[in-house]
Each structure stands twice: as structure tokens, then as C-alpha cells.
Design a binder for this molecule. Structure first.
Ligand code: ARG
Length: 468
């Protein structure tokens, strides 16, 4: 939709009073942001409408001028939404494109809109409104994903599976417990977006260029009209602050890191060697040469998306680092990073939600795998401590000897005979076999936050009420 730059020999109509000539074509190319900041059109128009209404309420503009401005801005809005707006690179950015079109529509009053305002507070308010809406979208997306994990947890609350450390079999855990680990992680992500939203919800509009204004404006009125809790308290900070964007990117990065961890588990779990889960056809692809293949492409892409989001985060930190107060044009480099990170995050959340909802856990495979790899060795050591009063270090050693014995025989711990057990420690009795089964193992882990089905059921109930 973008136009070729207008004649560069003439000075800019919005600020060209002291300029004899227009910018070089390459200057226009590096300076213009309309190619990307047109995405802020709705926020820009909402900000301008609030500003115009306030200018009338405070007597700075006549109500007929303010009404013409408000109506004209709605016309501009509908033109943009209908795709009938010719964006001009010569007009640099969304702010001047909208104002210039307003002038074409309503004439002279359009020139009064910029009273007691600067593009510096204008872009700050537009971008805050945009990022705030993305926080809301992230919060909604995370809630949906948490519900998908919770449904998985509920369906297999007490199914046993191997728990890993170092990706080596550690102790049996429950499927419900593993799914709820992600609900916890995503719950923290959600609260990070909620916190960031709360902190960013102050209006910079009315800070003007940097120092405030001599016009008797009402910043509380515009703040309220735009859904902010209050106006920002320092005009210099208002136009130079991009913390809200950095916080959004930081929260997005942590969230995308979480998604990458489950994505990796899905890649491993859906392999023929593991078969812990079956991904639905909707989230996998085939190979053009190997007919048996079902590739977890969505999971692999989700594992990768953090690269882009973290890249955007590092980019904006680097733009902001060392900038003297207040606004500098460096800050125009904030938007593309945040736009791309937000688009990436929303797509990632939606894809993960679909994949988690559609995946099927292989209960039998999980159970068989839970029992392999001497996963109840810790239960055996704990039993030696409890039943025979051995110090834990000695119990650990006895258990290690038994594991080596089983490994040598090519069997699992419960398959060792009582005579074999007694040859390592003669205090061992028949009772030991009750702790070697995986079901008993997970049932015994009843400490708060533990994997026992009783504890998992409590956490499911807590999250169900929190999410509904
Ligand atoms: N396009 C600019 C940006 O995105 C708007 C603010 C320009 N302000 C200025 N003083 N040149 O940052």
C-alpha cells in the first residue's frame, strides 16, 4: 500500500519550515518508519481522538474544531481498515500520514490537533497501547495452553512414567505430575505478562516533546479515556522509556524458552525409540522419500522460535543501551523487533495449544518404561533406611551393589531372589519387594509438591479453580 516518495526537492509539509530542500532519497529510506509503524494506526487514531477531546474540554480548542477532528479521524480509520489509504514514505511515519490525510479531509482544524503534543509522546502512547494489547493476547494464549496441559494432566493423573535427570532414568513419576510442571511454568509466564501490563499502564500522552507543555491540558482525562490507570509522572522519562517493550520481550523470551523445552520433550517422546506420545497428523509432516516417517515439525519449529524472540530482546536492549535522555531516533528501531516477537509468540502459543490438545500419551509404553532402568533403586535404599535403620550412605552402597548384580544378570531389581538380596545384606526381608514396584513408588511420594497421585489430584483441583 506504500506510495513512492513524493518529490524530494520540496521540504516536508509537516516540519519543513526551515528547510530549503527535501531529504535525499536515501535519507528518506533510512528515516521513514511508515513501512512498519502503519501497524499502529488504530492506536494512533485512538490517541489523537482522546487528545482532541481533551483539548476541547480544557478550552484549548473550540468544540467544533475538536468535533471535526474526531469525525475526520474516524474517516481516516475506516479508509485504512478498508485498504483505501495511500501510505506515503515522504510523510515518514504513521503519525504524519494520519494527520496529513486528516488535513485533506477536514482542512484547517487538522493543523490544530498537534497543539500541546509532540510525536515523541504520540509514539510513546501508541506503542504502549499496542504492547498492552499484546500482553492481553499473551495472557489469553497462555490460559488456553495451560488448560490444554491441565486436561492432559487430568486424563492421566496417576499414569506412571519414568522421571529423568540428565535424561537418564531417575525415579518413576506420574504423567499428571509432569503435565502440571508445565502448568506451573506457564502460570509464571502469565503472571509476568500481568505484572508487566500493570506497570506499563500509565499514559505518556501530554509529556509533549520532553518537558511538558504550557497549555492547560488534562493528562488525567486522556489517560482515563485510553484505559490507563494514571498519567506518567515525569515528562522526560515518559518520552524516553521503552521498559514496557523490554519487559514484554523478556517475558516473551522466558515463555518461548519454556515452549522450547516441551517441544524438545515432544521430539524425543514421539520418536520410534520412545513412543511415549503419539502426535496427531495435524501437527506432523511426512517425508518425501521415507514413507514411514512422521516428523514432529511443529515441535521442532517451536523449539527454534526462542531464537527469534530472544534475538529481538537482545536487539532492543542494544538499541536502548547508553541512550542519553530523552528521545533519540535510535528508538524508532524498537517496533519491528517487538512486532516480530509478538507475532512469533502468539503463533507459538496457538501451535503448542493445538499440539498438546491433540497428542495421545501411550499409557502402556510409559508404564513399561517407568519400570526399566532400576528406577526404584532409591525406594530400595529408602526402605533399607526405614526398615533396617541403615545410615543412608550405607543403604546407597548396598543398593548400588544390588543394581550391579541385577545388571550383571540382565534383570530388573524385583527379579532378584531373596537369597541374592540377602547375600548383599542379610537383614533384607521379603517385605522389600513391596517398594520395588513403580505404582507403590509413586504412591509413596506424598510430600507436598511430590508426584503421588493424591498430591497431583490436589494440584489439579487448585489449577482447575484458578483457570475457570
Ligand atoms: N517514527 C518515530 C518513531 O518511531 C516517531 C517519533 C519521531 N519523533 C521525532 N522527534 N522525530 O520513533
Amino acid at each position: 500500500m506504500s506510495n513512492a516518495p513524493k518529490d524530494s526537492s520540496s521540504a516536508n509539509a509537516m516540519w519543513g519550515g526551515r528547510f530549503a530542500s527535501g531529504p535525499d532519497a536515501i535519507m528518506t529510506a533510512i528515516n521513514a518508519s511508515i513501512g512498519f509503524d502503519q501497524r499502529l494506526y488504530a492506536q494512533d487514531i485512538a490517541g489523537s481522538r482522546a487528545h482532541a477531546a481533551m483539548l476541547a474540554a480544557t478550552g484549548i480548542l473550540t468544540s467544533s474544531d475538536a468535533e471535526a477532528i474526531g469525525e475526520g479521524l474516524l474517516t481516516v480509520l475506516s479508509e485504512i481498515e478498508a485498504g483505501n489509504f495511500a501510505f506515503s514514505t515522504a510523510l515518514e511515519d504513521i503519525h504524519m500520514n494520519v494527520e496529513s490525510r486528516l488535513k485533506e479531509i477536514i482542512g484547517e482544524p487538522a493543523g490544530r490537533l498537534h497543539t500541546a503534543r509532540s510525536r515523541n509522546d504520540q509514539v510513546a502512547v501508541d506503542f504502549r497501547l499496542w504492547v498492552r494489547a499484546q500482553c492481553d493476547a499473551a495472557i489469553d494464549g497462555l490460559s488456553a495452553l495451560m488448560k490444554a496441559f491441565l486436561a492432559q494432566a487430568e486424563a492421566g493423573a496417576d499414569w506412571v512414567m519414568p522421571g529423568f535427570t540428565h535424561l537418564q532414568t531417575a525415579q518413576p513419576v506420574t504423567w499428571g505430575h509432569h503435565m502440571l510442571a508445565y502448568v506451573e511454568m506457564l502460570g509464571r509466564d502469565r503472571s509476568r505478562f500481568q505484572d508487566a501490563r500493570r506497570r506499563m499502564n500509565e499514559s505518556p500522552l501530554g509529556a509533549a516533546a520532553l518537558a511538558g507543555t504550557s497549555f492547560p491540558i488534562d493528562r488525567h482525562m486522556t489517560a482515563k479515556a485510553l484505559g490507563f490507570d494514571r498519567p506518567t509522572a515525569n515528562s522526560l522519562d515518559s518520552v524516553s522509556d521503552r521498559d514496557f517493550a523490554l519487559e514484554f520481550l523478556a517475558a516473551s523470551s522466558i515463555c518461548a524458552m519454556h515452549l522450547s523445552r516441551f517441544a524438545e520433550e515432544l521430539v524425543i517422546w514421539s520418536s520410534a525409540q520412545f513412543r511415549f506420545v503419539r502426535l496427531s497428523d495435524k501437527w506432523t509432516t511426512g517425508s518425501s522419500i521415507m514413507p514411514q516417517k512422521k516428523n514432529p515439525d511443529a515441535a521442532e519449529l517451536l523449539r527454534a522460535k526462542l531464537g527469534r524472540i530472544l534475538g529481538a530482546t537482545v536487539a532492543l536492549f542494544t538499541v536502548m543501551k547508553g541512550l542519553a535522555l530523552t528521545y533519540s531516533k535510535d528508538m524508532q528501531e524498537d517496533k519491528e523487533q517487538v512486532f516480530d516477537a509478538a507475532d512469533t509468540l502468539m503463533l507459538a502459543l496457538a501451535a503448542m495449544t493445538g499440539m498438546v490438545s491433540d497428542m495421545t500419551a501411550n499409557r502402556d509404553v510409559l508404564a513399561a518404561s517407568a519400570a526399566s532402568g532400576f528406577s526404584t533403586a532409591t525406594d530400595l535404599a529408602d526402605w533399607l533406611v526405614r526398615a533396617l535403620n541403615l545410615p543412608f550412605r550405607e543403604a546407597h552402597h548396598v543398593t548400588g551393589t544390588l543394581v550391579a548384580m541385577a545388571e550383571g544378570k540382565g534383570c530388573d531389581l524385583p527379579e532378584l531372589s531373596i537369597t541374592e538380596m540377602k547375600s548383599v545384606h542379610d537383614g533384607i526381608t521379603q517385605e522389600v519387594y513391596s517398594v520395588l514396584g513403580v505404582e507403590n513408588s509413586v504412591r509413596s511420594r506424598t510430600s507436598y509438591g511430590g508426584t503421588s497421585p493424591v498430591r497431583v489430584a490436589e494440584q489439579i483441583a487448585r489449577w482447575k479453580s484458578a483457570l475457570n
